[in-house]
Design a protein around this ligand. Structure first.
Ligand SMILES: Cc1cc2nc3c(=O)[nH]c(=O)nc-3n(C[C@H](O)[C@H](O)[C@H](O)COP(=O)(O)OP(=O)(O)OC[C@H]3O[C@@H](n4cnc5c(N)ncnc54)[C@H](O)[C@@H]3O)c2cc1C
Length: 403
């Protein structure tokens, strides 16, 4: 069986290796810059060469290349091998940029996409509020148009990365008399202004990656709105689709699984490497089955997306299975590190490759949030059951449930 990608892609691999040998790590004076600056420089060059930001038009700072699943895969593999920075991964690139591409005004795309994909502009997502999570459309933060500015008042919660973000994409109630889904607008807010009060929330990992955000008479220019007034709910669905895609990405579960196998090779169980233990092997083999299924389901989704066809409920299923895998990997890792499971988790963010035994404690703890973020697992199951399998609707559920 020939498992290579074929001559065309192996030629691309050679080209990539030459580019990466020349371009990463940076040399000379550039190597003295901090990592974020080095990464931004490298990303710009890799984009100019056509390897990164391939789905983004050139006029917004992308490389505008034809969609090709295998090319993208070879690029990922070679960048991974060279430990070179891939596309900036953050709330801005994974959620806002695709939303602006689908629904933003031309000037909004030109203003915000280039800095977001280079990593120079960072974003946070202001959706959830106390009492408005799954039932997101009940949100109460108010936006009032006063002259040529929005004046925004209210409170957001669980806002990941708000302490570092330059801007927030924020759902606000601008039409208080309209039915709840029709009264919301999608506003963009500068976080570095008076009236924005960010208070970190301490998590069980010991870190504080998300926050409460209080908005007191915060201002945004009238045209910093994506979509029309009162159509924010529709725009938010676009963002949510991309949020679930990023949480459900199979690349993350493959990386975690590879790290888990290495851990099982490194630590001992009953005086031998844990990987030789039949129970550990069984758990790893079962998990690998799910990881591979997730990977191929991800390819299927990508193929449909690249042809402009709907992937239906596959993104929801990928998010659900992705978080399940991540949690199971966390549990196995937690069991394998033995007494080190008592270590403090240390600060880390969801989905990054665990480093050292302490990293596995963090992986275990932070993986739990994956089945809540971006819409809870229960809600996903209900949607898959009702819309995918055609099961009867859950009479007890609130039909207005948003995420
Ligand atoms: C790691 C992490 C990062 C996050 N980052 C952000 C962020 O950056 N920005 C942001 O705006 N939000 C963020 N959130 C918040 C997240 O979107 C909400 O927590 C989520 O939507 C659930 O809302 P809730 O916490 O209010 O729970 P609730 O909606 O109160 O749900 C509580 C429980 O009831 C169940 N439930 C509720 N309604 C139904 C129903 N109709 N049918 C069946 N079961 C139901 C849920 O499944 C859940 O088990 C983040 C959350 C996490 C964990």
């Amino acid at each position: 069986m020939d498992l290579s990608y074929g001559d065309e892609y192996e030629a691309l691999r050679g080209e990539l290796r030459q580019f990466l040998t020349r371009s990463w790590p940076l040399q000379g004076e550039e190597a003295k810059l901090g990592f974020p600056e080095q990464a931004a420089l490298f990303r710009k060059r890799a984009t100019e060469a056509g390897y990164l930001n391939r789905s983004i038009p050139k006029r917004y700072g992308g490389s505008e290349q034809p969609a090709d699943v295998l090319t993208a895969q070879v690029i990922r593999e070679e960048f991974g091998r060279a430990k070179a920075p891939g596309e900036a991964r953050g709330i801005g690139t994974m959620m806002l940029v695709p939303t602006l591409l689908e629904r933003g005004e031309e000037w909004q795309k030109e203003k915000w996409i280039p800095g977001s994909i280079s990593g120079e502009i960072t974003w946070c997502q202001g959706y959830s509020e106390p009492g408005s999570g799954s039932d997101l459309a009940s949100l109460k933060t108010r936006g009032e148009l006063v002259g040529d500015e929005w004046v925004i008042n209210g409170q957001k919660i669980w806002t990941s990365g708000a302490q570092r973000a330059d801007f927030m994409f924020c759902l606000t109630r601008t039409e208080p008399d309209a039915p709840k889904h029709a009264g919301i607008s999608y506003l963009l807010i500068d976080m570095k202004q008076p009236g924005v009060d960010v208070r970190p929330l301490k998590q069980m990992t010991g870190g504080a990656t998300f926050n409460e955000v209080f908005l007191n008479d915060v201002r945004a220019p009238a045209d910093w709105i994506v979509g029309k007034r009162g159509e924010g709910w529709i725009v938010s669905r676009t963002t949510l689709k991309h949020e679930r895609n990023s949480i459900g990405a199979a690349t993350q579960t493959s990386v975690i699984f590879t790290a888990l196998v290495r851990l099982a090779q490194r630590v001992e169980k009953n005086g031998a490497p844990a990987i030789r233990d039949p129970v550990v092997r069984q758990r790893l083999a079962t998990l690998e089955g799910y990881v591979r299924a997730h990977q191929y389901s991800g390819y299927y989704q990508l193929t449909r997306d690249s042809k402009g066809e709907s992937a239906g409920l596959i993104p929801l299923m990928n998010k659900l299975i992705g978080t399940t895998i991540s949690q199971e990997a966390g549990k196995i890792g937690y069991d394998l590190v033995g007494e080190d499971a008592l270590l403090a988790a240390g600060e880390r963010t969801l989905g990054l490759m665990p480093k050292g035994n302490q990293g596995w404690v963090a992986q275990f703890m932070s993986s739990l949030g994956g089945s809540i973020a971006g819409g809870t697992a229960n809600i996903q199951r209900n949607i898959i059951a009702e819309r995918g399998l055609g099961l009867p609707r859950d009479a007890a559920a609130d039909r207005s449930a948003g995420k």
